[in-house]
Design a protein around this ligand. Structure first.
Ligand SMILES: Cc1ncc(COP(=O)(O)O)c(C=O)c1O
Length: 455
């Protein structure tokens, strides 16, 4: 046991267990603590400043250090510091209404504390809905189909819906009834198909799987509108409308996981709003309060909610609770967050700055290791390959070199690490939606210079 002369870095290195990180050797070389943040920048104890090109974990949509966010939390803490989710707090009711309005739908909002819990609640709602609804209903509708490459959370059902093999290794097999289909992946598609045909084919794949499984055994299809952590996969325009049709044909609920794509990230308020489709259930978290508070939500259509209405005694109500779901402080901060997003036009800024960054990133295609550049708004990815003909992915050594060099130069971005065997080769950027041109330039220029060091 060391004395009081220990630094915070040292205390952290022998006390903290960080996620997704090998700790061997960490104690000998502790990480430098991050002590403050402002706008798009985080500041380390040693005086270094980093542009946070991934907005925390894709969540700090309005940027760091907003006084009015802190004030909203403070006022709420003074006034009503906690309320059971079985009661109605003003900020919680207003936020529920606001979320439904942004979706343009009637329905109900169930609040959680994270994306994983939002998905977990969505599964239970889907199962119970089918049990209790006449149309397409039945006790058998239990299977949840999701997609390879997508991450949906760390709790056991959400992890079972996650289509990332490496995240599940060692934690047992999937919970029963969870299965995956491939997502559209235009870069690696069968080249006999156009991109749009590829989108239709991938929707047909879901149709076939539902047929083979037996539609009456399938509860829901869960998808991110654009796969984020799994490598920034943007679907062809044909895909999502075709998926909606497949789900309708089979009486399968369509759940959009908008944990990353919600709250303006992709240049529309919700990711699925790039296409003219209506979801049955939407799950969200991250950008809902821009990481200023831990909060998530599961939002369901009125049709689904109505299946839960009946007399007190027959147990048709949702038998699910989160002590901190709809926490009044979290909802007050989330309301302020949405007010800022709307007042400052951050959805429009995400579309504008996303297009600006994309234009410059497209120039990288000349680089021998850049296979493809993909983006929607401020969700951007660069797929790195060893060989442009064979599209063989680069290894983690190359990816780590790029990320290390960028960090050295003051910019943090990330990669889809520990997800898909042999395909952890996508550099990912998702800066705060409030970035300006100078910050966008800084990210792209730093990436360019890291890539130049490779050749
Ligand atoms: C698409 C998606 N869904 C769900 C989750 C889980 O969210 P949380 O970490 O808040 O549980 C994540 C987290 O990164 C995510 O990216």
């Amino acid at each position: 046991m060391k004395g009081i002369e220990e630094t915070i870095g040292e205390i952290g290195a022998r006390s903290l267990w960080h996620p997704i990180k090998q700790h061997q050797g960490l104690q000998e070389k502790p990480m430098v603590p991050i002590t403050s943040a402002e706008g798009s920048y985080i500041y380390a104890e040693d005086g270094k400043k980093y542009l946070d090109g991934i907005a925390g974990i894709w969540c700090v949509n309005v940027g760091y250090g907003r006084e009015e966010m802190a004030q909203a939390g403070y006022e709420q803490l003074k006034n009503l510091s906690y309320l059971s989710p079985a009661m109605t707090a003003p900020s919680t009711a207003k936020l529920a209404r606001k979320l439904l309005d942004t979706l343009g739908m009637e329905g109900r909002v169930y609040f959680t504390c994270s994306g994983s819990e939002s998905n977990e609640a969505a599964f239970k709602i889907a199962w119970q809905y089918h049990q209790q609804s006449g149309e397409h209903g039945g006790w058998n509708r239990k299977k949840i189909i999701s997609r390879y490459r997508a991450y949906h959370g760390n709790t056991l059902a959400a992890l079972s819906a996650t289509g990332q093999a490496e995240r599940r290794i060692g934690y047992g097999l999937n919970a029963p009834g969870f299965l995956q289909v491939p997502p559209p992946y235009p870069y690696r598609r069968d080249e006999h198909h156009t991109v749009e045909e590829h989108g239709e084919k991938m929707a047909q794949w879901l149709d076939e799987v539902i047929n083979f499984e037996g539609a009456q055994t399938v509860a829901a299809f869960l998808m991110e509108p654009m796969i984020s952590g799994g490598g920034v996969l943007i679907p062809p325009d044909s895909y999502i409308p075709a998926i909606r049709k497949v789900c309708d044909k089979h009486g399968v609920l369509l759940i959009f996981d908008e944990v990353v794509s919600g709250f303006g990230r992709t240049g529309t308020f919700w990711g699925h709003q790039h296409w003219n489709v209506k979801p049955d259930i939407v799950t969200c978290a991250k950008g809902l309060a821009s990481g200023y508070q831990p909060i998530g939500a599961t939002i369901v259509s009125e049709k689904i909610f109505n299946a839960f209405l009946s007399s007190e005694t027959d147990l048709n109500h949702l038998r699910h609770i989160n002590t901190y779901g709809g926490h009044p402080v979290a909802t007050a901060v989330a309301l302020k967050n949405i007010e800022i997003i709307e007042r400052e036009g951050l959805v429009e800024n995400a579309a504008k700055m996303g297009a600006y960054m994309r234009e410059q990133l497209d120039e990288l295609i000349e680089h021998p290791m850049v296979g493809e550049v993909r983006s929607k708004g401020l969700l951007l990815g660069v797929e790195m390959v060893q060989n442009k003909e064979t599209k063989e992915a680069v290894g983690s050594d190359v990816m780590n070199k790029i990320l290390g060099s960028m960090k050295e130069d003051g910019v943090i971005i990330t990669k889809n690490g520990n997800t898909i065997p042999n395909l952890c080769n996508v550099l990912v950027m998702s800066p705060p939606l409030s970035i300006g041109q100078a910050e966008a330039d800084q990210i792209v220029d730093t990436l360019k210079s890291a890539l130049l060091k490779l050749v």
